[in-house]
Design a protein around this ligand. Structure first.
Ligand code: NAD
Length: 484
């Protein structure tokens, strides 16, 4: 094993492994690289106690002082960019360039957190003669962030800088498939000067998550992962009277109109379906080809063929995930779809035990096929052919998900027509991966997100805080007791 067994990080210290251990394999070559503890409710309780003890002092620290830690943290993310990226690549399988891009997004979110003193100064107004109302943001207490495998550094950082800069203390429960990056985040936060107990990491899976949802000492939970688990966590956390925001899976549609710029569309669609080996919630999954767009499809296939597993295409998280993805392709083929580029059965020289699926483009998929409706989470693009824009919108609208949607066209009017009618939280016009950048917030619609508000940007301020409203009167001469 290249790395020692991962341990939990509680109250500024790494503790001994607790509970059953799970093997951690690198998707790059199938090597066993570490083991991770599947923590019990008892460990969750220890972490909650540490975070509760750290809360009063941290909450009292002025925001301007709290964010000093994050200026330092941003510097450390930058300083350790290469090392952090190498670790992400090893445990998640994505390419080094993709891993670096992920950390750069963590840096951007951290920069936003550093601006929070400017955004959370509260409000004050004289509401009637001699009477003043003021509102202030207050932290909630101990909060939790539960994260998926596909962005081991960025998704935890969607929540950590904002929640902590706003005065909360946190327990991170990272994906058991990528536990190593989470502990490096803990190291860097400690090095940046974060007091003990403000940030804790509890490793594990279902048992730990259920204990977090049930623990009475926890005030709020965010979750990012599959829709199936997002629903479970949302229901369980809110049933226990916690604030919850749970982000789920996706099935993103890219609507390509005949007047779209061929080159730009082909390269954007290819990058969107294959980036991070299709294992991102913003990936293009279905391209809806409106009318005659064969030139674009041809170029798209050319682009896809330039994407080589093990070179500019990373691995799939596990052997089971690889088999699941290949199963979707085989089923679509059996149902009559035409495979234009086939990524099944890929073996990378020197990495024969790695988990790879090559870029796959499938034409003549129909909306009723499983591959057209379910999240595939691999570098696979289904093309559905339609003859009108309205038909394309109808197909997009029929999806249970609603994370992202995009339209490719040269016509401003048509772009607007589509953007107004698609049912998704993040829309791209001639952009294949329409991730909003700070201070805009990230979050989908429909079964891609449960709870109100978004997870990053300005919208997250409301989630991580509660407002205190104080009404003050210093004019005894005013005889009225109310609305003076
Ligand atoms: P997952 O749902 O399997 O796991 C996410 C987290 O839930 C992990 O920490 C895991 O330990 C925990 N978990 C798993 N099963 C559980 C259970 N039965 N009860 C309680 N907790 C459980 O997701 P994943 O496979 O790690 O990540 C991929 C998914 O995440 C995809 O569906 C992808 O679309 C989604 N995702 C969504 C967004 C978004 O912003 N909407 C971003 C990234 C990933």
């Amino acid at each position: 094993m290249k790395y020692p067994t991962v341990t939990n990080f509680i109250n500024g210290e790494y503790g001994a492994a607790n509970g059953q251990l799970l093997d951690v394999y690198s998707p790059l070559n199938g090597d066993l690289i570490s083991k991770v503890p599947l923590s019990s409710a008892e460990v969750v309780d220890q972490a909650v106690i540490a975070a509760q003890q750290a809360f009063p002092d941290w909450a009292k620290t002025p925001t301007k002082e709290r964010v000093q830690v994050f200026y330092q943290y941003k510097y450390l993310l930058d300083k350790h960019l290469d090392e952090l990226a190498a670790l992400i690549t090893e445990e998640n399988g994505k390419t080094i360039e993709e891993a670096k891009a992920e950390i750069k997004k963590s840096i951007e979110v951290t920069e936003f957190a550093c601006s929070l003193p400017q955004l959370t100064s509260g409000e004050v107004e004289q509401v009637s003669k001699g009477v003043e109302c003021r509102s202030e943001y207050h932290p909630l207490g101990v909060v939790v962030s539960i994260t998926p495998f596909n962005f081991p550094n960025m998704v935890p950082n969607w929540t950590i800088p904002n929640a902590l800069a706003l005065g909360n203390t946190m327990i991170l429960k990272p994906s058991e498939q990528v536990p190593l990056s989470a502990n490096r985040v803990a190291d860097l936060l400690a090095e940046a000067g974060l007091p003990k107990g403000v940030f804790n990491v509890v490793h594990g899976s279902r048992e730990a998550v259920e204990a977090l949802c049930d623990h009475p000492g926890i005030k709020a939970i965010t979750f990012v992962g599959s829709t199936k688990v997002a629903k479970i966590v949302y229901r369980r956390a809110t049933a226990n009277l916690k604030r919850a925001l749970t982000l789920g899976g996706a099935k993103n549609h890219l609507i390509v109109l005949p007047d779209a710029n061929e080159e730009m569309t082909a390269s954007n669609v290819a990058a969107s379906m294959s980036g991070c080996a299709g294992q991102r919630c913003m990936a293009a999954s279905v391209m809806i080809a409106v009318g005659p767009v064969d030139g674009i499809i041809e170029k798209l296939c050319e682009e896809a063929r330039k994407i080589i597993p093990g070179k500019n295409l990373g691995g799939i998280i596990s052997k089971e995930a690889k088999e699941r993805i290949e199963g979707y392709i085989t089923e679509a083929e059996a149902q009559g779809a035409k495979i234009l580029v086939d990524g099944r059965g890929v073996v990378v020289e020197g990495k024969e035990n790695g988990y790879y699926v090559g870029p796959t483009v499938i034409d003549y998929v129909t909306p009723d096929m499983r591959i057209a409706r379910e999240e595939v989470f691999g570098p696979v693009l289904s093309i559905i052919r339609v003859s009108s824009v309205d038909e394309a919108i109808e197909i997009e609208n029929s999806s249970n998900y609603g994370n992202a949607a995009a339209v490719f066209t040269q016509s401003g009017g048509l772009a607007r027509y589509v953007a107004e009618r698609v049912s998704a939280g993040m829309i791209g016009v001639n952009i294949g991966v329409p991730v909003p950048r700070e201070p805009f917030s990230f979050g989908g619609w429909n079964e891609s997100k449960f709870g109100s508000g978004d997870i990053t940007g300005k919208s997250s301020i409301e989630f991580w805080t509660k407002l205190k409203k104080t009404t003050t009167k210093w004019n005894p001469e005013a005889k009225t007791n109310w609305m003076s």
